[in-house]
Design a protein around this ligand. Sequence first.
Ligand code: SF4
Length: 322
Amino acid sequence: MTHCVLCPRECGADRLHKEAGACGTDAKIHAALAYLHRWEEPCLTGKNGSGTVFFTGCSLGCIFCQNHEIAHRQGQTLSGAARDVALSPQALSDAFLSLQEKGAANINLVTAAHQLPAVLPALTLARKKGLTIPYVYNSSGYEKAPALRALEKIVDIYLPDMKFFSPELSRKYANAPDYFSVASAAIDEMVRQQPKTVFAEDEANAEGTAPAMLRGVIVRLLVLPGFADDAKRILSYLYSRYGNDICYSILNQYTPMPATASDPFLSRALTETEYDEVTDYAISLGIENGFVQEGETVSESFIPAFDGEGLTSPSAPCTPDI
Ligand code: SF4
């Protein structure tokens, strides 16, 4: 933490003494919300919602980030009304247990990569305290495979994005020309740890609840307006490598953000034609384990209020032994 090379940015920042580096965080756990999120894939949402913890800061920093209020964290404060809560591993494990008590289908860790050394003890501590539901590791895909190895036998479901195929696009929109090579190596590691998708057998019922996912990998692909071809290249790559051993979630919910207002492509929503082109292509490849979105999903209503719900600052020191 005094010379951080945790993620592919390898900033070498001193995070033990201050908030620093491209992720903008120090060595503590920082989060903005822990609640039952009802807008994940049906196999993750279940009857009551996915027990989702949104961590603040991000080492990727896409300009179109839907969670930009908490992701672009340079300095002490978040933008808008978002609230940052510093947590000890003990307090975070308590938040997980509270979500389980509320009926969460799983514990869904959103963008925890840059906080892994502090978050890991919370994951094992919660198991010791009685957490039984799966851990979902929800990731930008921009992760070092060696760091992911620390999650082996801990994380049950990996939920990475695959955002860009083209280095030009990832350079332009995330300042990460190496995104595809990094993310493809990360997904390889995730699939190595969870090579098959496993669903609960008794969950599908007359209410239409989807079977709960217990283990496996779901790769998310947010189709960007103007870049259907890039999305198709991603699908072609993933299917040629993993076939139907993984699940594919093809999203049409791209919502223009203030930072994309002047971009010739990203200042608008995706068209139905563009989305259909990508989903038709997925079907033509032979993808069967897929999720698609129907109807109008372009809305900031998918973005929750990051008001610190479900998180309590501890009286004990926040920084774990690292
Ligand atoms: S985790 Fe943060 S400080 Fe560490 S290398 Fe990545 S962006 Fe830099």
